[in-house]
Write a protein that binds this ligand. Structure first.
Ligand code: ZN
Ligand code: ZN
Ligand code: ZN
Length: 396
């Protein structure tokens, strides 16, 4: 598949969604008593407008005031792509370009003040997107000395944490593409290849399956499988050892993230998975399945973590499950909600997250199983379809 195909997501987010999101954001800006929400380059901007802007030292900023028009401020040289984004093309935002000799921060300050009407500047509150560079924020503070600044996530997390049907369709397409890559790697040659070589193949296959970005391709073989975020290394894969394969990227802006554990046997029976490893994997398999099946609206996020942890602890491996059970996923690879002890936030219909318990015996071997799951009205909607059992493969 060419990069041309990769630019065309199977279900592009329609402008009607951006209309809904911008309206909802504006309602929240007014409700929270903010003068404006200022959104820099990143997932928040893409969420509201469809504009996947380049991160530059030149300011790009969406100005969402409590009242008045929404304005997208862009450097002159980015005017064409900005105008082509979904929200601009549909007339939902006004695009204003600044010339190289202008100060865009002053322009943003004027737009915020204009939305407030006349009179002397009174104390106001302004929210900025969480990922806005400090260099822009400090300048905004100079230009709007009457403003108290806060985090844009106070407005945007409420919106982004619940996925709409178009977002779920993209997450599902991304998950299925990643499923196919796992299947292809499991079918292929592994013995005698370096982890880095297999990792490169994973990335190529993710792109060939329509991902526009291959973000990570963890290939952790043998004792490396006991390190959850192992970087693919020069280690050569051998028969008679596990591989934790944790791969993902973005398709239409939305993330894939799947982990499957393989066991490479070669042709000799002596290299079949040993009893202790199978026992460990059986505990993990049960933990991942039960945690997934506990997903339904109203269940606290931390409960999903507890379900997995209780099963792994009962199997004697409580100390070897060394990370949270999952993270939200959407336009960002890790976002809210986090499935972790202490997060009592109830799951809601439309939340999307990973369920990925693991067991790690340092220096020996480890295993992890990860699916992306959407909380549906009736329970879990598991987006990945690749088999979750230990994938015993010849690797030859
Ligand atoms: Zn992962
Ligand atoms: Zn993950
Ligand atoms: Zn253990």
């Amino acid at each position: 598949m060419t990069s041309q195909a990769a630019l065309m997501p199977p279900y592009p987010i329609p402008a009607t969604r951006h209309r809904e999101r911008l309206a909802a954001a504006r309602d929240l800006v007014a409700e929270r008593g903010l003068a404006a929400l200022l959104v820099g380059v990143g997932a928040d901007l893409r969420y509201l407008t469809g504009y996947d802007a380049m991160p530059l030292e030149r300011l790009t900023m969406l100005v969402v005031p409590a009242a008045g028009p929404v304005t997208l401020v862009v450097p002159r040289l980015e005017l064409a792509p900005a105008r082509a984004c979904s929200a601009a093309a549909a007339g939902l935002v006004e695009v204003t370009a600044w010339e190289e000799t202008e100060d865009p921060v002053t322009l943003v300050g004027r737009l915020v003040r204009a939305s407030l009407g006349s009179g002397a500047p009174a104390p106001i509150r302004v929210a900025v997107s969480d990922r806005l560079w400090a260099s822009f924020l400090f300048r905004l503070q100079e230009v709007l000395p009457e403003a108290r600044f806060g985090l844009g996530s106070t407005v945007l997390r409420e919106l982004r944490i619940v996925k709409d049907a178009d977002e779920i369709a993209l997450l599902r397409a991304a998950a299925h593409a990643a499923d196919r890559v796992v299947a292809a790697i499991a079918r292929g040659r592994l013995i005698g290849r370096s982890e880095a070589d297999v990792s490169r193949e994973v990335r190529e296959r993710l792109l060939a399956e329509g991902h526009e970005r291959a973000e990570f391709a963890i290939v952790a073989s043998g004792p490396n499988s006991a390190s959850p975020h192992h970087e693919a290394s020069a280690r050569v894969i051998q028969a008679g050892e596990p591989i934790v394969l944790d791969i993902g990227g973005t398709l239409g802006g939305y993330g894939s993230d799947i982990t499957r554990t393989l066991w490479v046997t070669g042709s000799e029976p002596v290299h079949a998975p040993y009893h202790e490893y199978l026992a460990l994997f059986a505990i993990l398999r049960a933990a991942q399945a039960e945690a997934t099946h506990a997903v339904r609206p109203g269940v606290p996020a931390e409960r999903i973590d507890a379900v997995a942890r209780e099963i792994i602890a009962a199997g004697g491996h409580g100390l070897h499950f060394i990370h949270r059970t999952g993270h939200g996923i959407g336009l960002e690879a890790h976002e809210e909600p986090y499935l972790v002890a202490g997060n009592a936030e109830p799951l809601r219909e439309g939340m999307a997250f990973s369920v990925e318990p693991g067991i790690y015996l340092e220096g020996l071997a480890g295993a992890r199983i990860e699916d992306i799951v959407v909380c549906a009205a009736s329970g879990p909607d598991i987006l990945n379809e690749a088999p979750r059992d230990l994938l015993v493969v010849s690797g030859e």
